[in-house]
Design a protein around this ligand. Structure first.
Ligand SMILES: Nc1ncnc2c1ncn2[C@@H]1O[C@H](COP(=O)(O)OP(=O)(O)OP(=O)(O)O)[C@@H](O)[C@H]1O
Ligand SMILES: [Mg+2]
Length: 426
């Protein structure tokens, strides 16, 4: 699974004040601040680190410190990018430490190779620096590190021998790359998911399924935004490979959508857009997604007739179930009824999802499951501020601020958003 981002430090990046440090909780993180304080930008950086793709920042010089965690594995270090004098030629480098329990392995990596050092031994292996190409299906820094350390396992390094490289390799087939991009503040993500390009292939952002198999009945499928448990529905009904594929309203994202909206049923139809056989393996791509929703009086509504809020809800649910471990949503409360916001936060909590959410709307803050005991580790607040110098400052609440904040919250007379506003934190 993709790892959790727990720490971010900016030493050089756009107008962010050097030395700005942010810690993230393992579950819901709310990012607040006035317009132009860098909330969307911060989500972009979090997404880039988690999915290991810095396409959005290819033209920026930066130096950022971070820590990614995945169970007993952790990767911490610094990523830097230098731009050539002619404005092109991004040069990304990584320097850091990979931890697995007691074992610590130092890694220095550039675009060509990594130098791995532990207990005085040195090994040269593949690069793990983030991809710059928009469509690169790179997986995640920590997983790339785990994968190559497992592959080049060298006794001299004293590395753990139980790194589950098979799991990682299977995980990386799931196209997390795009699933972990941020959900936009409007309906752009919905439009991307439902794009109807004719020459659709299996690495584009749109909703779809790639089926691979030796015969009509034996196949595996990889969903672009449709997780394994959703696709198992197709397997159970044993649908033969025809020109289309249909998922019914029990498929998880559709079922949750029906639960929250006026619709009584839903169907997702995908059409075969390409088929090829290579080395005896048949590969078929199903795309051109079409969702039909049924209303209580039996009318059918196509997905493009959905309301603004319904489009956003469907896009968020698809992204959430495409990759339950992480979700990044800009302006979550935008166009959403409070019952939807509450339910989405509840689902994220149930799924143990690490969520990065921004909002200009007090509703999000008031729906957050904030408690003194879990503040900082499970749930956290990130403040984005504009300093008088024009610099952007990203930070968490100081200890004194957090203490004051919870004292006011304990009194129970004010909502989170009111307390934040009264204390000048938002
Ligand atoms: N490509 C870029 N290079 C340098 N600076 C940029 C770039 N794009 C945006 N900015 C600056 O970053 C600032 C922060 O933008 P961002 O979209 O992150 O703000 P925000 O907090 O999300 O605002 P809002 O609440 O209005 O959505 C902008 O005000 C702009 O000055
Ligand atoms: Mg924004």
């Amino acid at each position: 699974m993709p790892s959790k981002l727990t720490y971010l430090r900016v030493d050089k990046f756009r107008h962010v004040k050097p030395g700005s440090v942010v810690r993230f909780g393992g579950q819901i993180n709310a990012v607040v601040g006035r317009n132009g304080a860098g909330k969307t930008t911060l989500l972009g950086l979090a997404s880039a680190l988690i999915r290991n793709n810095f396409h959005e920042f290819a033209r920026d010089e930066f130096e950022i410190g971070f820590r990614l965690e995945d169970g007993e594995f952790a990767l911490e270090g610094t990523l830097s990018n230098k731009i050539g004098s002619n404005g092109g030629g991004a040069k990304v480098e990584f320097s850091g430490v990979f931890h697995h329990g007691e074992a610590a392995v130092h890694i220095e990596s550039d675009a060509n190779e990594s130098t791995v050092t532990a207990r005085g031994a040195r090994v040269i292996c593949g690069s793990i620096v983030p991809k710059i190409d928009a469509h690169a299906t790179s997986f995640g820094l920590i997983n790339d590190a785990r994968l190559f350390l497992a592959l080049v396992h060298d006794a001299r390094l004293g590395l753990p021998t139980d790194v589950p490289n098979i799991d990682i390799a299977v995980d990386s087939l799931r196209y997390y790359g795009y699933a972990l991009t941020r959900v936009s503040e409007g309906v752009e993500t919905f439009r991307e998911l439902f794009a109807q390009e004719a020459n659709h292939h299996d690495r584009t952002p749109a909703l779809g399924v790639t089926r691979l198999g030796h015969s009509e009945t034996e196949w595996v499928s990889v969903g672009h935004h449709l997780a394994g448990d959703v696709l198992s529905q197709l397997k159970n009904t044993n649908q033969p490979i025809t020109d289309s594929m249909t998922l019914d309203g029990t498929a998880t994202p559709l079922a949750r959508f029906i639960e929250l909206t006026q619709y009584t049923d839903a169907r997702l139809v995908l059409t075969k857009t390409s088929a090829a056989t290579k080395e005896g393996i048949k590969r078929s791509v199903f795309a051109k997604p079409l969702v039909r929703l049924e209303t209580a009086n039996g009318n059918e509504i196509p997905h493009d007739h959905l309301s603004f809020g319904e489009k956003r809800l469907l896009a968020i649910l698809i992204k959430l179930y495409a990759c339950e471990s992480t979700i990044i949503v800009d302006e979550l409360a935008n166009g959403m009824h409070h019952s939807w916001i509450e339910r989405l936060l509840e689902l994220m909590d149930e799924l143990n999802t690490q969520a990065f959410l921004t909002s200009q709307n007090p509703l999000l803050l008031d729906c957050l499951p904030l408690a003194r005991e879990t503040f900082g580790t499970t749930h956290n607040l990130v403040i984005c501020e504009l300093a008088e110098s024009g610099e952007i400052v990203w930070r968490n609440l100081s200890e004194a601020e957090a203490d004051e904040f919870f004292k006011s919250l304990d009194v129970g007379l004010q909502h989170v958003s009111e307390i934040m506003r009264n204390k000048g934190l938002w």
